[in-house]
Design a protein around this ligand. Structure first.
Ligand code: SAM
Length: 375
């Protein structure tokens, strides 16, 4: 399934909205591709020599590099524009969603009518989101993931889907780059005999990854969990509009309440870099507990691990923590996922941590794979 799939829950953009969104994507592509790539040269040819001349020392750790780079107007200029482009991206979507709110809510009600629906939605207001998720507009998303202004609110999901796509295109990712499709190819190649009867998608957001599994395995019982209620309402209606039977639940990935050995396939997509250490470790433990014998868990995420990176690359990665409200970006980058899996009681031999093969206009997505031996 492609990244920019069309369905009845998409907010309706006017010609002017689309022009604005295309401008933001072009601006982001310029800032990401042309200028960002010259930041290293700026450091090596200008900033580091000037720093050495001034202090007699070499800027050789992430924090010193950051201080030296921010003292240069060219880097400060790039950083300011990069932040502004992210803000512009969200307003170019938030205006559309705000204008279309009533129609979107009506669509959701129509699509999820009891007589018609294939899946379901279970909300539980007692579920707590991690502090950095509950109290912050992660990557500057308008209102944050937990925005929930009424019992019909679906805006967080609409914002996430449309803004997320613009973000990906601004990074140069193609329309055909779908994270679920990468994992599905990996599963087909490495586990050709896997025919899951029950599937779980953790941290599903708008359900963009949950739907492809439900369509690929139409006989499976598919569940998806998230802590954000308006995200889940949107995801449910979106899945119905794509004729996918998915059961959405407001639950914590570190305490899912599903029975032991319940799932043959557990997945998460781009979730690990947005949760604290404790939730990540909890979700690995839950994955092991919930996997049936012969089952597989694939936790896919951004290729963002500090291991083997230079101090300059680490400094570059810290941009999102400092400027883009990504409190767990570096938490994830510094994590030792194999050690986490071991601490969760998973034997070494049942864990694979590494990259997926890179497709055209795609990232070399990173995965933590857990397999449970057949009984
Ligand atoms: C980057 S989004 C995931 C994207 C999504 N999987 C996709 O493929 O489009 C991270 C999601 O994790 C959810 N989340 C954060 N903490 C969670 C937790 N403890 N349990 C379940 N979901 C959580 C957030 O609400 C958010 O929707």
């Amino acid at each position: 399934m492609v990244r920019s799939v069309q369905h009845d829950m998409l907010p309706q953009s006017t010609h002017d909205d689309v022009a604005r969104q295309q401008f933001v994507v072009a601006l982001k592509q310029g800032l990401n591709r042309s200028i960002r790539s010259s930041n290293k040269r700026l450091f090596e040819e200008v900033v580091a020599p000037e720093f050495a001349a001034r202090t007699g020392a070499t800027p050789d750790d992430r924090d010193t590099i950051r201080g030296a780079m921010y003292s240069h107007p060219a880097y400060r200029g790039w950083s300011t524009m990069h932040r502004s482009a992210q803000e512009l991206m969200w307003t170019s979507v938030a205006d559309v969603v705000a204008r279309d709110t009533e129609r979107l809510q009506q669509q959701a009600a129509r699509l999820t009518q009891p007589a018609k629906r294939r899946g379901s939605l279970e909300l539980d207001p007692s579920v707590q989101a991690p502090r950095g998720v509950a109290n912050l507009d992660i990557h500057l998303q308008t209102g944050g993931y937990m925005m929930n202004r009424s019992p019909e609110d679906v805006a967080a999901g609409a914002l996430y889907e449309v803004g997320g796509n613009l973000y990906a295109f601004g990074q140069g990712l193609g329309k055909h780059d779908s994270k679920a499709a990468h994992v599905q190819r990996f599963l087909a190649e490495k586990f050709p005999d896997l025919k899951p009867e029950r599937i779980l998608d953790m941290g599903c957001s708008a359900g963009s990854a949950s739907v492809p599994y439900a369509l690929e395995f139409p006989d499976a019982e598919v569940h998806a969990i998230d802590v954000a209620p308006a995200m889940l309402r949107y995801a449910h209606a979106r899945a119905e509009s794509l004729a996918a039977a998915v059961h959405f639940h407001q639950r914590d990935a570190a305490d899912t309440k599903f029975p032991d050995s319940y799932f043959d396939l557990i997945v998460s997509h781009n979730m690990m870099h947005e949760i604290p250490d404790s939730t990540r470790r909890g979700m690995l433990k839950e994955s092991w507990r919930m996997l049936a014998p012969g089952g597989v868990a694939v936790h896919q995420d951004v290729p963002l691990q500090f291991k083997g990176l230079s101090e300059f690359q680490k400094f570059e990665m810290s941009w999102d923590t400092l400027n883009n409200n990504e409190p767990y970006w570096e938490v994830y980058a510094s994590a030792d996922l194999a050690a986490d899996a071991k601490a969760a009681g998973i034997p070494d031999a049942q864990v694979y941590v590494g990259n997926l093969p890179q497709a055209t206009q795609s990232l070399p997505w990173f995965v933590t794979v857990i397999t449970k031996p057949a009984a």
